[in-house]
Design a protein around this ligand. Structure first.
Ligand SMILES: O=C(CO)[C@H](O)[C@H](O)COP(=O)(O)O
Length: 235
């Protein structure tokens, strides 16, 4: 799960900076991916030093890591609120002055449905990223988690919307990626996405789509790890 060189150091800085925001007694949403993993490890170290927190994982991967580093876990239906969610992103729109500023594309790890559920339920949602994730133009493909029975129908609707869908293939298994929820993933390219909020509404309206990887208006801040430290974008 580790990446190399500067990017890995930047991810670590961002993740560890976000972990500093966790306060005693917090319920914390634990996102998925290599950048969030640094936050989870840092929270685990603070738990070892006596910090009392409860984590809500967003995937099998983040649950496994949280258990390994000693973070007590709970679930969304067992808490009244989530104080802070920390999560990574595949793309972060960095265009101050634009309506899309702070929009995310997530789901590179096929965990975006549970990530959106937890991140949107949190009082504060902090994105952790390295500089390669920042973009002023949103051109990245958007993952859709779809019911298995719906993948061909949804693919047709995506083409109707001007997109090009591709069923995500598993790397070390014949056949497709199957999400933690037992569904499939369609990665959909739309060229440049000029109005992410409009596209997000259209994708949400498609029968058979469980959720999509566009996160519009959800992030409160992005912590960007850099060579020398961490830059903070507040939204
Ligand atoms: O959305 C995600 C998983 O579904 C991840 O947060 C996203 O892919 C970023 O991962 P990484 O921190 O490894 O670059």
């Amino acid at each position: 799960m580790k990446t190399d060189g500067g990017t890995d150091a930047a991810k670590r800085r961002a993740g560890e900076r976000a972990a500093e925001d966790v306060e005693d007694g917090f319920v914390v949403g634990l996102g998925t991916g290599s950048t969030t993993a640094y936050a989870i490890e840092a929270i685990g170290r603070r738990v070892g030093d006596g910090l009392a927190v409860q984590g809500i994982p967003t995937s099998f991967q983040s649950r496994k890591l949280a258990l390994e580093v000693g973070i007590p876990l709970t679930s969304l239906d067992a808490v009244a609120s989530i104080d802070l969610a920390i999560d990574g992103a595949d793309a972060v729109v960095d265009a101050p002055g634009s309506d899309a500023h702070g929009t995310l594309v997530k789901g590179g790890g096929a965990a975006h449905t549970r990530e959106k559920l937890v991140d949107s339920a949190a009082d504060r949602f902090v994105v952790v990223a390295d500089p390669s994730k920042l973009t002023d133009r949103l051109e990245r493909s958007v993952p859709l988690e779809v019911l298995p029975a719906a993948h061909t129908v949804v693919a047709d609707r995506i083409r109707d919307l001007g997109g090009e869908p591709s069923l995500r293939a598993a790397e070390r298994k014949d056949g497709p990626v199957v999400t933690d929820n037992g569904n499939l993933v369609l990665d959909c390219t739309f060229g440049e996405i000029e109005e992410p909020a409009t596209l997000a509404d259209r994708l949400s309206a498609l029968p058979g789509v469980v959720d999509h990887g566009l996160f519009v208006g959800l992030a409160d801040a992005t912590y960007v790890g850099t060579d020398g430290g961490v830059e903070v974008r507040q939204y």
